[in-house]
Design a protein around this ligand. Structure first.
Ligand code: KQY
Length: 363
């Protein structure tokens, strides 16, 4: 049974744990949307398999798959990955799955945000998005977890929490006219405090350059541990990312977290710059919302990695920077295993490994 709670996590003393805390399970969704993934999602499906395999060695994985793709996915995925039939509009589980909260009594509940495909009718990426909006509820039902339906439009990739009261986000996304135009900064902070039980929001002005999500924070930074973050960096003054990273750096240097800690910031150079190549622009259906032409700048970032049960799944995106990114993570996470997965195909769909996964915390 899964009850829809009429209270809030804060009232009920639930909090959202940090990604570095223990996970019971990981959810993903199978790519097949022909206007987002080239060649009917066939190349992307293989990469999703690779990501799932890298995760399942440390955390059980469930893949949500359409009826049409069930046989194919079941055949492509190893038997230790659970495949469940579920209708979705696309495959960005970070954004459509529940943000889980936990309490000190070992209970877990899902927070189910409203979803409008990154901007609804203003600048959303596709229409309709109703099946995606149902995914968090369906996962809570399958997991027998109670659920809160939160009263704002929000995607999981637009927030990072440290589990100790601090939430990071970008103004570009959460204050965008296409999300919650009737709410101001303090209204949004109040909803985040009520539904995730955080005490402080750190607002970063902008997300990664040319990110079609309106600047999701999970493409710009990652929390290493409370009080410590990785920031996507760019040394080239002529690259538009340069000023975005400088601005984020200045803001993060000047602020403190919910515990009054000054932040330790680690710079992680972005790959590339990366662009859609001629041969990568073929095999994809036309769509009004998503720009997939040759020459389009890709929002590539190593910060879009996933932490799960002492393992880091790192997107490999550029031989010129991959090893440096891996070495930095190895250094920052002693005792963790850093596993790289070639992730360009996910990037061509507009996101990366963090965006296609959603953890269920262990309780
Ligand atoms: O960054 C994410 N969390 C999702 C990216 C969505 C891209 C849709 N084409």
């Amino acid at each position: 049974m899964s009850i829809t709670c009429q209270t809030t996590p804060k009232k009920d003393k639930f909090r959202m744990p940090g990604e570095h805390e223990a996970h019971a399970e990981m959810w993903m969704a199978w790519p097949e949307r022909t206007d987002n993934w080239r060649y009917g999602g066939k190349p992307a499906q293989q990469v999703f398999v690779n990501v799932a395999k890298a995760i399942v060695e440390v955390t059980p994985v469930t893949m949500a798959v359409s009826a049409a793709q069930y046989d194919n996915a079941r055949r492509m995925l190893p038997e230790n990955i659970r495949v469940v039939e579920m209708t979705t509009n696309d495959s960005w589980m970070r954004d459509i799955g529940p943000s889980y909260v936990v309490n000190d009594q070992g209970e877990r509940r899902g927070v189910d945000w409203e979803f409008n495909a990154w901007g609804g009718l203003v600048d959303g990426l596709y229409f309709p998005w109703d099946r995606d909006d149902q995914v968090a509820q369906k996962i809570c039902e399958i997991n027998r977890d109670d659920r809160y339906r939160a009263p704002i439009i929000l995607e999981g990739g637009s927030i990072h929490v440290d589990g100790e009261g601090t939430l990071y986000t970008t103004e570009e996304c959460l204050l965008h006219e296409s999300r919650n135009p009737d709410l101001g900064k303090s209204d949004i902070e109040q909803v985040l405090a009520d539904y995730l039980n955080i005490e402080k929001v750190i607002w970063i002005p902008r997300g990664l350059y040319n990110d079609e999500t309106n600047g999701h924070v999970d493409n710009l930074i990652h929390i290493v541990r409370p009080g410590e973050v990785i920031l996507s960096w760019c040394d080239d003054e002529n690259d538009p990312q340069y000023e975005i990273s400088q601005e984020a750096w200045r803001g993060l240097c000047e602020t403190t977290d919910a515990h009054g800690r000054q932040l330790k910031i680690h710079k992680m150079h972005i790959p590339g710059p990366l662009y859609i190549q001629d041969d990568e622009a073929g095999g994809i259906d036309i769509c009004e919302g998503m720009e997939r032409s040759a020459g389009e700048r890709l929002a590539g970032s190593y910060a879009n990695f996933l932490i799960t049960n002492q393992r880091i799944i790192l997107p490999l995106l550029d031989p010129a920077y991959d090893e440096k990114a891996k070495a930095l993570l190895q250094d920052l996470y002693p005792g963790y295993e850093v596993v790289g997965v070639d992730a360009r195909e996910i990037l061509l769909g507009g996101g990366n490994i963090h965006c296609i996964t959603q953890q269920v915390p262990a309780v």
